[in-house]
Ligand binder design. Structure first.
Ligand SMILES: Nc1nc2c(ncn2[C@@H]2O[C@H](COP(=O)(O)OP(=O)(O)OP(=O)(O)O)[C@@H](O)[C@H]2O)c(=O)[nH]1
Ligand SMILES: [Mg+2]
Length: 296
């Protein structure tokens, strides 16, 4: 049974004043559209910073993080409320290695069964290794686990975004890294629509990262990333993307054996046509022959 904690969003008060002003504006925008709750799911490889994002979003240490081992052994749900608005974040165990993606996703989708979600944050490191094959495998596995209809609800989040590069500008590195992952997602996910865009956001979870004069955490290009992340969430939620219910139909989990329920009537029909009808005919023929033999 998953742990559910629902409390006041106390971390909000600890945010820099400038950030609070933007978040208040975003909350008002949601209220205007009668959105009083958002549920976010975090997905991604192990150790990329999913649980750290939970803590960044709430501005409170709610999820355990570790540099050395996985602290998130099963999906966990956290909720915080502010002024009648409830933010729920579902943290999940990482796809430890390529070979275990399907197994990890299977347990995650079973946990999500029956839940309604607004946004999936697909998390990866900005400075991550260039393992295209793993990203391909993960994109395919996510499409298979939830159906390609999950992708319009996805925002890619690149963590470890405070990097300093020697041979390329920050903006060029970001645009090439994001384009590469976005292309893989579009190609492998079977999610292709005209003008498809997979939004992405840069995040730096480290508590010692650079700040501006307002004590807001900034990226090397000066962007204050936390409000940008919240803006992306609100844009997606208000951008006509209805929340999705993770139901049995969507994820292909049925109570019985799905193959049995589809094929059983066909098997019975085939048995009737190929076995019982010829036998019945043969019996009828025998009976007629028998009757003829015994007739005077
Ligand atoms: N510098 C830096 N470190 C980060 C960032 N995000 C996470 N970390 C560190 O990376 C390590 C792993 O972070 P977690 O948040 O536990 O990663 P996770 O994805 O939840 O890991 P699993 O639950 O094992 O899948 C921790 O030591 C974090 O402090 C980031 O944006 N910048
Ligand atoms: Mg974790």
């Amino acid at each position: 049974m998953a742990t559910v904690s629902e409390k006041e969003w106390t971390g909000f008060q600890g945010l820099p004043a400038a950030t609070q002003i933007i978040l208040h504006t975003l909350l008002a925008k949601l209220r205007k559209q009668k959105v009083d709750k958002i549920t976010i799911v975090l997905l991604g490889k192990g150790g990329v910073g999913k649980s750290s994002i939970v803590n960044s979003l709430f501005s409170e240490r709610v999820a355990a993080v570790s540099a050395f081992r996985s602290e998130t052994l099963r999906p966990r749900q956290y909720s915080r409320s502010k002024d009648g608005f409830k933010l729920t974040v579902i943290d999940t165990p990482g796809f430890v290695e390529a070979g275990r993606v399907d197994a990890a996703l299977n347990s995650i989708r079973r946990y999500l069964l029956g839940k309604t979600i607004n946004v999936v944050l697909y998390v990866d490191r900005l400075d991550g290794p260039r393992e295209d094959k793993v990203d391909v495998k993960i994109s395919r596995a996510i499409s298979q686990a939830f159906g390609p209809q999950i992708w319009p609800h996805v925002i890619v989040v690149f963590t470890h975004a405070e990097i300093h590069l020697e041979d390329v500008t920050y903006s060029e590195f970001v645009s090439r890294r994001s384009a590469a992952l976005r292309n893989i997602i579009l190609k492998e996910s079977r999610f292709k629509t005209v003008n498809t865009k997979v939004p992405f956001v840069l995040v730096e979870n480290c508590s010692r990262c650079s700040e501006n004069g307002e004590h807001e955490k900034i990226l090397p290009d000066g962007t204050v990333w936390l409000p940008v992340l919240f803006e992306a969430l609100v844009d997606l939620v208000l951008g006509s993307k209805k929340p999705i219910l993770i139901d049995e139909k969507m994820i292909g989990i049925s109570k019985g054996n799905p193959l049995g329920s589809i094929w059983m009537p066909l098997v019975l029909l085939a048995q009737f046509v190929l076995i019982w009808r010829p036998i019945r005919k043969a019996i009828d023929r025998d009976l007629v022959e028998e009757a003829q033999r015994h007739s005077p």
